[in-house]
Write a protein of this length. Structure first.
Length: 428
């Protein structure tokens, strides 16, 4: 199997995939962010998804397409991807402030591929989309720019990403991959391509639309299940019952699903349901359960803030002007990813009550946090005490953190994740 692969987008999804393919094929990783490309070319990944050792083991200084060597060249020059025969697009697919799908990165990437794609080439999409987006929104762009005809001159595939940021156990090669192609023959080519590097195996879906739908419901299902336990947390808090103790007891049944309450952010679970909902509404169907789950999960930031304030009032702590320490601002534990983090909702709601929030996160890049959300965060433990401490993210550094050294004698402690060894005054 001789392929020259170009991976378009070197973020949380694209880089691990490009690195993996580079162990078996000549690969050029393309990104429009020149700073990101230079960082990777220097052998370091700031997202921490690929270790420096693994990255440096496949890096090449020159194009592998010229030499035929297996390995990875990182580039921001489209000239370096002209000779590829497989183009894999791994760009973000976010939503806007009104939760409507934003396909701009996908369209721009399709335009880039359209400028270089040749007869016989295959473009594979990994970005999460609604069913039909690949062939209805993206492929026409490639056709228009290239002047080539779909399924005559060039072909397409869809293989949804299953990257779990920060997870060093379930890495890309260890997660079974869904594949698909625009024709049965191309489906087989795409499936064989991934099968060459995915040790967990592949599942060849009968069509691109089936593969797209499979991806978008994976995270919608998780979102709905988390919404259920978040609602349980609200109910049990009113009844003064420990939600985590309830879930632990219920979990003794063999088929009980182990979901926990919390803030649902990130690039997948907090976004994908809106893609499916958007497409459903285009067909005249208003999804009730999917959007109900989204509304409940999106309300949790404000709910957590209200519970913190309620806890402070119960302890006779003056709210206005109080100092609150927020532990963590990334969307999940033990990774620097701040995309769509719901901690910012908690911070905003707390500030609406008149408190001053200090954010400490040893994983997050303060410059990125400030750029994305206008929030100042620090990577060093504050050297003063607070009226309240909120554990927002379950980073490993927080498990054994000496909370007592960070709080005033009567301070309130709210444990969103239920991991603190010190007894909290309240938790979800």
């Amino acid at each position: 199997m001789n392929h020259k692969i170009a991976v378009i987008g070197l973020g949380y999804v694209g880089l691990p995939l490009a690195r993996l393919f580079a162990t078996r094929f000549p690969v050029v990783g393309f990104d429009i962010n020149t700073e990101r490309v230079q960082e990777l070319a220097d052998g370091h990944d700031a997202t921490l998804e690929v270790s420096d050792e693994l990255l440096q083991s496949v890096l090449l200084a020159d194009s592998p397409f010229n030499s035929g060597k297996n390995g990875l060249l990182c580039s921001a020059d489209t000239a370096d991807i002209e000779d590829a025969d497989i183009y894999i697009i791994t760009v973000p697919t976010p939503v806007d402030k009104n939760n409507r799908p934003v396909l701009t990165p996908l369209i721009k990437a399709s335009e880039t591929v359209g400028k270089v794609i040749k007869k016989g080439d295959i473009v594979v999409y990994e970005s999460t989309v609604y069913p039909g987006a690949t062939e209805e929104d993206c492929i026409p762009v490639v056709e228009k720019i290239s002047g080539l005809k779909y399924n005559v001159d060039f072909f397409a595939g869809y293989s949804p990403e299953r990257i779990n940021p920060g997870d060093k156990e379930h890495t890309v090669e260890k997660i079974r991959k869904v594949t698909s192609g625009s024709t049965p023959e191309i489906g087989k080519v795409v499936d064989d391509l991934y099968k060459a590097v995915i040790t967990a195996g592949t599942h060849l879906a009968p069509s691109i639309k089936v593969a797209e739908a499979a991806k978008v419901i994976e995270n919608s299902q998780r979102d709905i299940n988390i919404a259920f336990v978040n609602e349980l947390a609200k109910i049990f808090n009113l009844m003064d019952i420990d939600t985590h103790a309830v879930l632990e007891a219920a979990g003794t049944k063999w088929n009980f699903l182990p979901f926990k309450p919390g803030l649902v952010g990130g690039h997948c679970i907090g976004v994908d349901p809106y893609y499916l909902a958007q497409k459903a509404q285009e067909y005249g169907y208003h999804p009730e359960i999917i959007l109900a789950g989204r509304r409940l999960n999106d309300s949790m930031g404000k709910y957590v803030a209200e519970q913190v304030i309620k806890t402070m009032i119960k302890k006779d702590i003056p709210v206005k002007g109080a100092g609150v320490l927020m532990l963590g601002i990334t969307f999940k534990e033990n990774c620097p990813d701040v995309r769509n983090t719901k901690i910012v909702d908690v911070i905003a709601a707390l500030e609406d009550f008149g408190v001053k929030v200090t954010t400490y996160d040893p994983w997050a890049d303060p410059a990125e946090v400030n750029y994305e959300y206008g929030v100042h965060s620090c990577t060093e433990i504050p050297q003063h005490t607070f009226d309240a401490v909120v554990l927002g993210v379950a980073h490993k550094e927080f498990v054994d953190l000496d909370i007592s050294s960070l709080k005033k004698p009567n301070a309130a402690v709210f444990d969103v994740k239920g991991i603190l060894k010190e007894k909290a005054d309240a938790k979800l």
